[in-house]
Design a protein around this ligand. Structure first.
Ligand code: HEM
Length: 316
């Protein structure tokens, strides 16, 4: 009889704890987070991103970079989307986050909210994570499961921005990524995101003209010519809109665009991983997915410190 009473007491305490912790446990990430409230979420985002990619080849690279920038700065909370009323926000002009990435997210959010079941129930942070997966997979990269349940942050300031520098050496890159809980292997796999998109000449011009011995001389000449005509060059100029492992093969040939790209091959401590990904696209894809999943867990907000933003550009 006693043990029955004890059991009942234990069950009561467990239920009470679950009830008290609900707002926090509810924000634990899981793939089926929206299954009840917005069952068609993934399909809606998939077709919206598809349309964005048809409209512009910049959509996919810009969205992938937006996700990295968002997660690396105060966590994956869509704070990068906020337009600060005084001009102070995470996206001042210097970082060159392209408008096509923001538009991809705003269009996906509008598509989600046009479904009455889903309206205002899905966070902007989760829409960024899903739109990023679509940008990668619809560019030929891996199609992976996305964990969901992030809340949106309420703040966005320029001074909170923390990003690696394109001239960083391996130690600096490792130091930066370790603050996000990411390993050197994660960092090398994520750098493979530079299989898509372009960089402004200002970020790599200092390496050209024979100033960087790790740069292939014919690539050097090609970049000087490119930058004389336009202000950008592709990060992977072999397949700039295809998500593949040619980024790593370029590094083997001294054709990495940014200093932070080429150093992954120049430094013997990371060269083995570059060689491995250059030879095994499947392993690159699976390590990229592992690293993106870890990146997607950085600084996740809960109902206690976040909200479901109605307009991704402004806190509610
Ligand atoms: C390892 C440290 C990294 C550095 C130093 C770095 C730096 C840069 C720079 C300077 C640009 C050029 C921006 C411009 O001129 O528009 C760029 C572009 C880009 N970055 Fe990174 N990045 C890093 C890591 C990452 C990661 C982890 C991802 C995603 C997984 C990523 C995805 C991209 C993409 C897709 C672009 C092209 C954007 C576009 O064409 O609009 N980067 N990055």
């Amino acid at each position: 009889m006693h043990s029955m009473a004890n059991l009942a007491a234990i069950v009561f305490v467990v239920i009470l704890k679950v009830a008290v912790l609900w707002p926090f446990t509810a924000a634990q990430l899981r793939p089926d987070y929206y299954a009840g409230v917005c069952p068609n979420l993934e399909g809606i985002v998939r077709s919206s991103v598809k349309q964005s990619m048809v409209k512009s080849p910049i959509s996919a690279p810009a969205t992938l970079r937006l996700f990295f920038h968002d997660c690396a700065t105060t966590g994956c909370d869509a704070s990068v989307m906020i337009i600060g009323s005084t001009g102070d926000d995470e996206n001042p002009d210097g970082y060159l986050l392209k408008p096509e990435g923001f538009q991809t997210i705003l269009d996906a959010k509008a598509a989600v909210d046009s479904d009455p079941q889903c309206r205002y129930k899905v966070s902007c942070a989760d829409i960024i994570a899903l739109a990023t997966r679509e940008s990668v997979s619809q560019s030929g990269g891996p199609n992976y499961t996305v964990e969901l349940g992030r809340y949106d942050g309420r703040k966005s300031t320029d001074r909170s921005v923390r990003l690696p520098d394109p001239s960083d050496n391996l130690d600096s890159l490792n130091a930066f990524f370790s603050t996000l809980g990411l390993s050197q292997t994660d960092m090398i796999a994520l750098s493979g995101g530079h299989t898509l998109g372009a960089a402004d000449c200002d970020f790599f011009k200092y390496r050209t003209g024979g100033n960087d011995q790790s740069m292939n001389p014919s690539f050097d000449a090609q970049l000087q010519e490119t930058c004389a005509k336009q202000n950008f060059a592709f990060l992977d100029d072999v397949t700039p809109i295809g998500f593949d492992n040619l980024y790593y093969r370029n590094l083997q040939n001294g054709r990495g665009l940014l200093g932070s790209d080429q150093v992954l091959y120049t430094d013997e401590r990371s060269r083995g991983t570059v060689d491995f990904y250059a030879a095994n696209q499947g392993t690159f894809f699976s390590d990229f997915v592992i690293a993106m999943t870890k990146l997607g867990r950085v600084g996740v907000k809960t109902a206690a410190d976040g909200e479901l933003r109605r307009d991704c550009r402004y806190p509610n």
